[in-house]
Design a binder for this molecule. Structure first.
Ligand SMILES: [Zn+2]
Length: 289
């Protein structure tokens, strides 16, 4: 009976992770993120992690002043579904990337962001980070060619239990190819777990298992994490540290700033309904997002 129930649960869960091709995306829609508990910024002695040069940036001109916030864009699916704000039509996504290119933005990596926030390593004044949650297959078919065209960097936080399992989600082959081509792959738990609702043991389990799977698949160290549903608490932050993660993102809206804590960084949510004017304000003004 127990086995039967868990099979039913897994089936319902998989049905909910179908990108924008069906209307049953409620499980992973971020439209009503769980309000996270406010946790004070942890005191961390930052160890530098593998540094990465920023192409075209000479570290001497047009440097972002130390201690400032950075827009970290939060996308999910690049596709069209009427009325679904997490599905950004490909044409709109391309326009947004073109805007960044035409206006001299640098797409820095999470390693660049971490080094700037923790060790004051210089980054360009017009820096932006691009992230995708969940790991939809359209990140490979629609997003990847556009980012390659503009030579842009980005990160995808993937749900590892769906890799090579669900037809709407990325395969390990796609993850490997993208990770080698400037699209950083990081963790979004094993089953899209809400860390705020599970025990410390289960937090550690999902954090360790997803990290291990990605490290084995991609042959690199996994350092970064995004909370499913934006759900976190003090115990989740402790678990992340114990599992060896260095930085994590919530779904709280705003630019990423060290004052929010390196394990509870805010992001700029991009909605399908954002006009070009709204997109411009979100990336140029830390007070609007
Ligand atoms: Zn998610």
């Amino acid at each position: 009976m127990k086995k039967k129930l868990s099979l039913i649960f897994i089936f319902i869960f998989i049905l909910s992770i179908v990108g924008c091709s069906r209307a049953t995306t409620t499980t992973i829609k971020q439209t009503n993120p769980v309000k996270p508990t406010v946790v004070a910024a942890p005191v961390i002695k930052a160890k530098p992690i593998e540094s990465a040069a920023i192409p075209g940036f000479d570290n001497t001109t047009d440097i972002k002043p130390y201690g400032k916030s950075i827009p970290v864009l939060e996308y999910h699916s690049i596709s069209y579904e009427k009325g679904n704000p997490i599905c950004i039509p490909i044409k709109k996504f391309e326009e947004q990337m073109k805007y960044l290119k035409d206006n001299g933005y640098y797409t820095i990596t999470l390693t660049n962001l971490y080094e700037y926030l923790m060790n004051n390593t210089p980054i360009p004044r017009k820096s932006v980070v691009i992230t995708f949650d969940d790991g939809y297959d359209n990140n490979y078919t629609a997003m990847f060619p556009i980012l390659k065209k503009y030579k842009f960097k980005a990160t995808i936080f993937v749900i590892t239990s769906l890799t090579d399992v669900h037809s709407n989600m990325l395969t390990s082959k796609q993850l490997i190819e993208m990770d080698k081509s400037g699209i950083d792959i990081e963790s979004h738990t094993v089953h899209h777990d809400n860390l705020k609702l599970i025990s410390k043991d289960n937090q550690l389990k999902t954090l360790n298992q997803s990290k291990k799977y990605l490290e084995k698949t991609l042959n690199k160290t996994i350092n970064f994490f995004a909370y499913p549903y934006g759900g976190y608490n003090k115990s989740a932050i402790e678990s992340l540290k114990e599992a060896g993660y260095k930085m994590a993102f919530t779904t709280e809206k705003g630019w990423s700033s060290k004052k929010n804590g390196i394990f509870s960084l805010h992001r700029v949510w991009i909605s399908a309904s954002d006009s070009t004017k709204v997109f411009k304000s979100k990336i140029s003004n830390p007070r609007i997002d």
